[in-house]
Design a protein around this ligand. Sequence first.
Ligand SMILES: [Zn+2]
Length: 122
Amino acid sequence: MFADMVVLSVCPGCGSDLLQPLGWEQHADGEVLVELRCPECYAWVQISHTQAEMRALDRLHASFRDELRCAYEARVAENMEALADSLRDAFERDLLGPDDFAPRLSDRRRVRPDQQERRKAA
Ligand SMILES: [Zn+2]
């Protein structure tokens, strides 16, 4: 589905502002034909932009990337804190011992001791 887009970054099908650039093609007159996809309604849009509009679109996408990166880092930090809380809880309940941190038998089989010596020498 291809449609003209009135607003630079809003999907004409559903109004989503999450349009993703898939490709572009530079034209001789300086305009750039951009192909965008909407991740929410799966519409595909082709629109011609001036160089100034392309810079604005690039800045907009950069701000979205920053927003995504911040959200990702916040989720990673939350998950790490949850894992640390679980580990602390397991230690407090005396559920873990040294054997829990020893290499598993299946891990030891993967690399034989003579192979480990060869790896160290290399
Ligand atoms: Zn859409």
